[in-house]
Design a protein around this ligand. Sequence first.
Ligand SMILES: [Zn+2]
Length: 233
Amino acid sequence: MPQIAEFQNHPIFALLLISMGIHVQKFTFNPFQENTYVIHDGSSCVIVDPGCFDRNEQLELTGFISKNNLTPLALLQTHAHIDHVLGCHFVIEKYDLDFYIHQEDLPTLTSVPTYAHVYGFPGYNPPKEPNKILHGGELLKFGEIELKVLFTPGHCPGHVVYYCEKEGFVINGDVLFAGSFGRVDLPGGNLETLKRSIFDTMFKLPEETLVYSGNGPETTIGTEMRSNYIHQF
Ligand SMILES: [Zn+2]
């Protein structure tokens, strides 16, 4: 196989680079069926909410990254419930990643070891302390990937979503689900706060925005504005 470098000055290669865009790869991991996402630009990537726990799940994630020659640059958390953090220790150690989380969700993260065994994860290995503390409103850049951090509490105190305006998608964690919304009965949950996050932040995004949820299928902001169960509350 010829080396890619031989083509780098060819106009078709330049066109290929332009058309590559940003891609979102979804994985569904662990008994909670949590969605883990890898966002990449064909070269760099970020990992969001790694829920991979057993060896096969870890290999599925790392296999995708190596097969596509991606360089992981960061670990981003929407929030720190157990199903979203089961793979944090693994990916941080594997790729030596910066670890992003909202300040208000640090207690959610540090509480996981106290209850992990109750959910059947006595072997849960906590990750290192996050080194990139978010407050909401940041614009994060990783290679060609640009993500705006939107503070969306209610499901838990420090929930954020990662909005890619240029590509028209949002990594939404457990705020919206297709037809439904995140539970508010766990510690730090609050229905009124969640409603404000949904109506004042999520529903202010363009209707065509693609929503990647922490569980279940993708949806759009417009679909949820019209028919989400939150309207009953
Ligand atoms: Zn959650």
